[in-house]
Design a binder for this molecule. Structure first.
Ligand code: AMP
Length: 912
């Protein structure tokens, strides 16, 4: 150990050895025990100087210019001797720089710095040793350190200071939700070997009553509330409610106002409706149509319904009793949604009193009496009791008595008759002013049914009883008894027939019964199941193969007269200028909506060529899922490309705007369209290179079309594209590894991008790999990580994504196969029912064998519910197959239940 001066003349201690003149050197220097402090990988930085043998005059050939570094792992901190053979060699260390002068006084020290690491340490600590075999060395410093990922808060989860792992392994770290937040999906990240955090998964969300502000959850202020953890922010209390305290999870209703159980917390508090108004009745025989108008005050709700209470009253209206079940209401008596009802099977010549009550979703919560209106009616008298009849071989004579108290002057009588059991086919109506009629022209020996009713100036009365008469064989008159059986069905049909003639509102009832078939829009179907035209032997021709690029434009794009175009609105910005919407008039056809891309003024020749290259590429395609070129304007300025107009714009923005609003089948329909368009492109040997949701356009029928075909686009246009180490610009997150690494763009790399588009679609426009840096994405993919299934993603779809992300490009499915798979899923939507476990970061999800409830909960990271389970008596794995626990977090319930399901199917193996 020597004391020397460094460059700045400050004294420093160095360990030196310089036995270069003698052969067979083997000198050792050893450190004390160095504690590992939990780190698996430790870095050793050494600073030293090393003498160049040539600079030493007269040294023998045994002079060395290297030395060796070793370590020995041990739990014992007090070893005084370690055998040479026990050491593990770290490296042979050579110098980059060497010093040539020996003179300590005027020499300049040139320091070498070298860093080595040792990994997979597992004992308490280690000893370092340096072996000199005959060099001239001064060891100046040895610094031993390890790396940590620093404490961080992400997605409201706190990740602790974490020591990095050994080798290249990532350390999986589970985050703890910050105060006022709860797990939405178990948060975790990976601490990488170089001390950086990678691949964040899951997140915490602020609990009800709290909202996110930077990395903390703060209480909702008074007058605001947050009902669900998944709501982003506290909202103002809805009308007729307030929250006098902070942290409100809902607002309390003002006095007299209520919130029904099914009402969302964001809905205003409401009250019961006022009484129905303007009652009207129309009585026809023993049927009555009752109508009224909506209450003036619906209480702020749209769910007003009506119920009727029927009472039959004495002549003077003083004594009333409930009607009983013989009276029928059409469509029903209680819970009517329209202010109209038909009452049938009333008794003739009777007084009825109907109370119509209005109610809504909060009526049951209110103590105020219901709003009601009363409708009183009197039914007309029945006829007409048949007193006598006579019959002969071919005729029947009937005589009857008119009603005792007709409700008006009798104008005429109506006789209806038909052959017994034949009414539906053929019946005859005859009219007479007298009390008697002879019906002639009947068949001998045949039974007929007769009925008679009176018509007064107030309408028809009810029919008297049915009379069955058989014409005689010989012409003798016989008297028979009337049959007074009415079936409920017969009466109802008669009532309804009467009303159909003079009351349009009856349509309503039929509609309620579903008689009117819903109109179907054939276009709706078209959207999901377009058929792909086989492209035959057509192949895409690259515009660069043309000597004159203008010729390519002339060959593939139609020149449009600018006077036929009407520009209306700016809808976006493209690489070369604005994108507008407008209309195009085509001779002999209707005007169509188009998108117009124009080339901004001041362009270079190359820009014009690149701009028009998109048209000469697009013009070669003809497929329902590829954006259609209408034509170009090149003969006058500005130069324009006209394409069909896609009402819903680009797919990524469209999905973000409609988050969660589509059925899985609709999403699969969109994906099917994109796959079909890509199949067409790959059949034509066109490689897209920039397939991403932002380059898919959506029309008003949700049909998705592939767009963005310019030659320069991947290089300049796409804001997602980043420079790679090889110089090209590539949208990293969407691009297959072989295309990033050595620009191997093929239809198989398009399939990889298609998998990413699938993920974007199912997650409603989420950014792939979230906020991970491009560098981390490349690294994670290389290490075998793949995007996890988005929320509510069917297992089959995530599996298809994983297939698209196979490392080996020949392993990936072809677009044709993808179309077939998606078609099958659409035809058999049941296959989409099983959802992927959204917290799995695929492809390898470890399986643990579990035998107790506690082990199972630990395995699915739901250990915090052990007490809930044991106190509810669920002690064996079998018993949890029938659980209903106090686990209130929806995400946790889902996770536990899906694991229970998998227990049911897979025995005691749990996927975590
Ligand atoms: P592009 O230069 O093709 O990326 O277009 C820029 C933006 O203009 C797109 O993101 C769309 O929002 C919009 N756009 C382009 N073409 C159309 C079209 N055919 N129909 C509707 N919007 C379009």
């Amino acid at each position: 150990l020597l004391l020397v001066m460094d460059e700045r003349n400050t004294p420093m201690r160095t360990y030196q050895v310089c036995n270069v003149m003698e052969a067979n050197q083997n000198n050792w220097l050893r450190t004390r025990h160095i504690s590992r402090e939990g780190a698996q990988r430790v870095y050793i930085e050494i600073k030293f100087t090393l003498r160049d043998c040539n600079s030493l005059p007269g040294v023998p050939g045994t002079c060395k210019e290297t030395f060796n570094m070793y370590y020995y792992e041990s739990n014992n901190a007090n070893l005084w001797f370690i055998k040479e053979s026990q050491y593990v060699k770290i490296d042979t260390i050579a110098a980059d720089e060497s010093f040539t002068q020996v003179d300590v006084g005027d020499r300049v020290l040139k320091l070498n710095t070298e860093v080595r690491d040792i990994s997979n340490l597992n004992k308490k600590g280690f000893y370092l040793a340096f072996q000199d075999l005959g060099a001239c060395i001064a060891l100046v410093s040895v610094r031993v350190f390890y790396k940590k990922c620093p404490l961080t808060v992400l997605n409201l989860a706190q990740f602790p200071d974490t020591i990095t792992g050994g080798d290249t392994a990532l350390v999986e770290v589970h985050g703890l939700c910050v105060n006022g937040s709860e797990e939405f999906e178990a948060p975790k990240m990976y601490c990488s070997a170089d001390g950086g955090w990678l691949v964040p998964i899951g997140r915490c969300v602020c609990k009800p009553g709290f909202e996110e502000n930077k990395d903390v959850c703060q209480s909702c202020r008074t007058g605001t509330y947050k009902a669900l953890a998944t709501d982003a922010y506290c909202s103002k209390c809805p009308p007729h409610s307030s929250s006098p305290l902070e942290q409100a999870t809902e607002c309390v209703c003002e006095k007299g106002f209520h919130r029904a159980e099914v009402d969302p917390r964001s809905m205003a508090c409401t009250r019961p409706p006022s009484a129905p108004e303007n009652p009207i009745s129309t009585v026809n025989e023993t049927c009555a149509m009752l109508e009224w108008s909506q209450p003036r005050d619906t209480g702020g709700r749209g769910d007003v319904t009506y119920s009727l209470h029927c009472r039959k009253c004495s002549g003077d209206g003083k004594k009333c009793a409930p009607c009983g079940s013989s009276v029928h209401f059409i469509p029903r008596q209680f819970g009517l949604s329209s202010p109209i009802v038909l009452v049938a099977d009333l008794q003739p010549d009777s007084n009825y009193s109907f109370t119509v009550e209005s109610q809504n979703g909060v009526s049951d919560l209110s103590s105020t009496p219901r709003g009601t209106v009363v409708i009183n009616i009197t039914t007309s008298q029945t006829v007409s009791v048949v007193l006598k009849e006579r019959r002969s071989k071919d005729s029947v004579t009937l005589a009857w008595q008119g009603p005792e108290r007709p409700n008006g002057v009798i104008v005429e009588y109506e006789v209806i008759y038909y052959e017994k059991n034949q009414r539906e086919q053929n019946y005859t109506v005859l009219k007479t002013r007298s009390n008697m009629m002879t019906v002639e022209g009947l068949k001998p020996g045949t039974t007929y049914v007769f009925r008679v009713r009176a018509r007064t100036d107030g309408g028809y009365g009810g029919y008297g009883g049915e009379i069955e008469l058989e014409t005689s064989h010989e012409g003798v008159f016989t008297w028979m008894n009337p049959v007074t059986f009415y079936s409920l069905f017969t009466q109802l049909i008669f009532c309804i027939m009467l009303y159909i003639n003079d009351n349009q509102t009856m349509n309503l009832f039929f509609r309620h019964c579903g008689y009117i078939k819903a109109k179907q829009d054939p276009d709706e179907e078209k959207m999901q199941f377009q058929h792909v035209k086989l492209p035959g032997s057509r192949t895409y021709i690259h515009p660069h193969t043309y000597e004159d690029p203008n010729q390519a434009v002339r060959d593939f794009a139609k020149e449009i007269d600018a006077s036929n175009i009407r520009i209306e609105r700016v809808i976006g910005a493209g690489e070369f200028g604005e994108v507008c919407s407008g209309r195009l008039r085509v001779q002999g056809k209707r005007e169509i909506y188009v998108a117009i891309k124009s080339l901004k003024a001041g362009y270079s020749d190359k820009q014009r060529r690149d701009f028009l290259s998109e048209a000469s590429i697009m013009g070669q395609f003809d497929h329902p899922n590829i954006i259609r070129l209408e034509g170009v304007v090149t003969k006058c300025k500005p130069v324009m490309i006209i394409t069909e107009f896609m009402e819903n714009g680009s797919l990524d923005t469209f999905l973000k705007k409609h988050d969660g609003q589509f059925t899985v089948i609709q999403l699969v329909g969109m994906l099917r369209g994109i796959a079909s368009g890509m199949k067409y492109l790959s059949d034509m040997s066109y490689v897209h290179r920039d397939l991403a949701a932002r380059n898919i356009l959506v029309d008003s029928n949700l049909v998705c079309k592939v767009s963005d075909f310019g030659l320069s686009r991947v290089l300049e246009d796409d804001p997602e594209a980043a420079y790679t180490t090889r110089g090209g610009k590539i949208p990293i997150r969407w691009t297959a590894p072989e295309a990033i690494a050595y620009r191997k763009f093929t239809s198989a790399s398009d399939v990889w991008s298609y998998g990413i588009v699938m993920w974007e679609v199912i997650s409603y426009g989420e950014r792939p790999y979230w906020e991970m840096s491009n560098h981390d994405v490349i690294k994670a993919i290389e290490e075998g990580y793949r995007l996890p299934a988005p929320m509510d993603c069917p297992v089959v779809l995530h599996q298809l994504m994983l297939d698209c992300w196979e490392k080996g490009r020949s392993e990936r499915p072809k677009f044709g196969q993808i179309v077939t798979i998606l078609d099958k899923l659409i035809r058999n939507p049941g296959s989409l029912r099983e959802l992927a476990n959204s917290s799995v970061w695929s492809p390898s999800s470890p399986e643990f064998s579990v035998s107790t409830v506690d082990e199972w909960l630990d395995a699915i990271k739901m250990g915090q519910y052990k007490d809930n389970f044991s106190s509810a008596g669920y002690v064996s794995l079998d018993s949890i197959l029938y659980i209903s626990m106090g686990v209130t977090l929806a995400g946790h319930q889902k996770k536990i239940l899906s694991s229970v399901q998998s227990l049911q199917t897979h025995g005691t193996h749990v996927q975590v």
